[in-house]
Design a protein around this ligand. Structure first.
Ligand SMILES: *Cc1c(COP(=O)(O)O)cnc(C)c1O
Length: 356
């Protein structure tokens, strides 16, 4: 394990006492991890420092050309006080794939893993314990070189911040209603849909706001070329259960390869369910909903884990899914995954990594 320099804060904050009021991503811990890159030294100077605003030149590349990527994973604490990370290497490998897409120099997997473990260890007392809560870990990279001509930055900062969080949706595990977006698109083949970039989120906001104004929780994105095939739900992967078969989009470059998506597919196949990674058209989906063959739909992602879909809206028609109730598979997956994450259920794949 790498020993990072540690500068402890002189001003520790008050930790939240009521774990039912954490919200998501609103509270930040006392420290952060930072490591810098320049051409001469490569990635260097990994350190844990007090959480504080960062200084950036107004000409910093990230502010003008959006050269930025991030990750999201969670740390959990069980009743015995042990701390776990869930599949952290999957996030670290995906971070490097996002880096490759944006011409950001890659990081060494072991260094990032040690950095995550070290900062989580330092902030261990910030991890809430109530089931459904966690310490959300947000690593990100920004291009810091000051220049206005367009080229890949020669300087970067890799930073990890931490946020004790409750459920992503204030209502907890409850059915969401979805607006099928048929104007804006979030990704096209050859673009950046498979990478976790701030830029992908900026372009998704308009549709999200439009949907929310009409009373929907999330947007379901269609493919960027024909607007015909269902791809993702907001910032989550999408699953549909039709005639007992679980269907999700294949990884063809336009959807984010979610760690929760992979976890769900692996768990369901292990339990004997049929999971098809195939394209599903919106017409097939509306027909299945009308004829009662659409049994369940849900979204998967680190933040919410599983978000059941209670209804979806497409071109003026609202389709109800599973009587607007949490489905059997959604509930089963939510319970199983959150138990594995908190170290309460051992799974053979060793997905949880103890932080010592
Ligand atoms: C992060 C993200 C997901 C979910 O990925 P997880 O690894 O399961 O958290 C899905 N879609 C998009 C667009 C995302 O940014």
């Amino acid at each position: 394990m790498i020993e990072f320099e540690f500068k402890r804060t002189g001003n520790p904050k008050k930790k939240p006492i009521d774990e039912s009021k954490l919200g998501f991503g609103k509270i930040f811990t006392d420290h952060m991890f930072r490591m810098d890159f320049n051409e001469e030294k490569g990635w260097h100077d990994g350190r844990i420092i007090p959480y504080s605003p960062i200084q950036l030149d107004p000409a910093a590349c990230v502010l003008h050309y959006a050269q930025e990527t991030f990750e999201g994973l969670k740390a959990f604490r069980n009743d015995a006080g042990e701390t776990f990370l869930f599949r952290p290497l999957d996030n670290i490998r995906r971070l490097n794939e996002s880096c490759e897409r944006l011409c950001i120099p890659k990081l060494e997997e072991e260094v990032v893993l040690d950095a995550i473990k070290a900062i989580v260890k330092v902030e261990e007392d910030w991890i809430p314990k109530t089931p459904g809560t966690s310490l959300y870990v947000r690593p990100f990279i920004i291009a810091t070189e000051a220049f206005l001509g367009l080229h890949a930055s020669n300087e970067y900062a890799f930073i990890i911040i931490l946020s004790p969080s409750g459920h992503y949706y204030p209502q907890g595990l409850a059915p969401t209603n979805i607006y099928v977006e048929d104007e804006d698109v979030r990704a096209a083949v050859g673009g950046t849909g498979y990478a976790k970039l701030g830029a992908n989120y900026a372009i998704s906001l308009r549709a999200q706001i439009r949907a929310q104004k009409q009373g929907y929780d999330q947007v379901l994105w269609l493919d960027g070329i024909e607007r015909k095939y269902v791809e993702e739900i907001g910032t989550s992967n999408a699953f549909f259960v039709i005639d007992g078969v679980i269907i999700t989009s294949p990884l063809t470059g336009t959807i984010l390869p979610g760690v929760t998506r992979r976890t769900v597919i692996e768990l369901l196949r292990e339990k004997g369910f049929q999971v098809d990674e195939r394209r599903l058209s919106i017409d097939e989906l509306t027909k299945a909903a009308k004829s009662g063959r659409l049994e369940e739909a849900f979204a998967t992602g680190t933040a919410a884990v599983i978000a059941p879909v209670g209804s979806f809206h497409y071109k003026g028609v609202d389709y109800i899914v599973n009587n607007n109730k949490i489905g059997f598979i959604s509930q089963f997956l939510y319970t199983l995954i959150t138990e594995i994450q908190r170290g309460a259920t051992i799974n053979q794949q060793n997905w949880v990594l103890k932080v010592e």
